[in-house]
Design a protein around this ligand. Structure first.
Ligand SMILES: Nc1ncnc2c1ncn2[C@@H]1O[C@H](COP(=O)(O)OS(=O)(=O)O)[C@@H](OP(=O)(O)O)[C@H]1O
Length: 345
């Protein structure tokens, strides 16, 4: 127990205290920018700031600035974009396995067995351009096709992503499950001796759109519109559809990326093996995902990225009045878009 408390204390210093120290480490330009932005109480960090129409922690804004100013996309790049907690980890694993399948015909030494998907498909805003700890990475010499992840909304992506022929595969999920997945994740990575974020309080902020990379509906609708306008550029997926027919969607992704599965690959089980390798059941039990860590100072345990993976778990948490509130928002925001979500199994 003493050991646990010590770990929690370290986490406390690193997570909750980090925003103030991070604000001190921001570049002068970014500090000035932050001061000019509307701010609200954050979920894990003390504040979230409204930047280019979406809410972020201070360090994320600096990272996004770096990303916008420095990232040079190549036509062959593949970007895995998502709303947080909507199936990013799964999608990263699938895309990594699809794109690199010729190098790992037998799955024995597959990198996904020893690395978490977020390490294989690094996010722009948390790893590559996060220079709070002098961590800007040179990605110009990465093997092609380069795979990147991001939660950054379409509007704030680096210009070169929009101008080149690189591909974006986007995933989102029904907002009820996305909210619960986020709330449970946040409470897991908060130290135990701090009070958990009450569900009602988190829900209220969520419904106002105040969540990292939110409002979620604007995030989803922007990528949705882009996928309609430029179907060769953006492939739009829903977590629920992926669950319902992963085989169909894996083939669709491979085609979209210009590397369709051959008849021979299909009949020899290549597609099925990729699906099994990336399945929740398989990934959750891997040593790296059970005991590994990631993030700044490696304080986030990988196991928290693999919780239940169910559609409709929110029914165990949300009261009828909260369900009504979010249903009304969904109706208002999505009804004209032609986009709908399955929220029950
Ligand atoms: N392989 C696989 N298959 C199906 N579902 C999976 C898989 N891996 C993770 N998950 C579930 O995805 C939820 C986490 O979302 P993200 O991966 O987007 O999280 S993050 O944004 O990268 O932090 C989270 O959902 P919940 O269980 O509902 O919380 C994970 O359990």
């Amino acid at each position: 127990m003493a050991q646990k408390n010590l770990t929690d204390f370290t986490k406390h210093q690193s997570i909750v205290g980090q925003e103030e120290s991070e604000e001190n480490k921001l570049s002068p330009n970014c500090k000035e920018l932050i001061l000019s932005l509307p701010r609200e109480k954050g979920w894990i960090t003390p504040y979230l700031y409204l930047f280019q129409g979406f809410w972020y922690a201070a360090a994320e804004i600096q990272a996004i600035n770096n990303f916008q100013n420095h990232f040079q996309a190549k036509d062959s790049d593949i970007i895995v974009a998502s709303v947080p907690k909507s199936g990013t980890t799964w999608l990263k694993a699938l895309i990594y396995a699809i794109v690199n399948r010729q190098y790992f015909p037998s799955l024995e030494n597959h990198p996904l067995l020893t690395f978490n998907p977020h390490e294989l498909v690094p996010p722009f805003e948390f790893i590559i351009y996060d220079d709070i700890y002098n961590q800007i990475h040179d990605v110009s010499n990465m093997a092609e096709p380069r795979l990147f992840g991001t939660h950054v909304p379409f509007t704030s992506l680096a210009k070169s992503i929009k101008e080149t022929n690189c591909k974006i595969i986007y995933i989102c999920r029904n907002l009820f499950d996305t909210f619960i997945s986020t709330w449970t994740f946040v409470n897991e990575i908060m130290p135990q001796f701090l009070p958990t974020l009450p569900l009602e309080e988190a829900f209220e902020r969520y419904c106002k759109g105040i969540i990292g990379f939110g409002p979620s509906w604007n995030h989803i609708l922007d990528y949705w519109k882009e996928s309609i306008n430029r179907p060769d550029k953006v492939l739009f997926l829903k977590y629920e559809d992926l669950k319902e027919d992963v085989n169909f969607n894996v083939k669709k992704m491979a085609e979209f990326l210009g590397c369709p599965f051959t008849q021979e690959e299909e009949s020899s089980g290549v597609t099925e093996n990729i699906i099994k390798l990336c399945s929740f059941e398989k990934m959750k039990e891997l040593k790296v995902n059970k005991f590994g860590t990631m993030g700044k100072n490696r304080i986030i345990e990988n196991k928290y990225f693999f919780r239940k993976a169910e559609i409709g778990d929110w029914t165990n948490y949300l009261s009828p009045s909260l369900v009504r509130e979010l249903s009304n928002i969904i109706e208002e925001k999505f009804s004209a878009s032609g986009l709908s979500f399955k929220a029950y199994e």
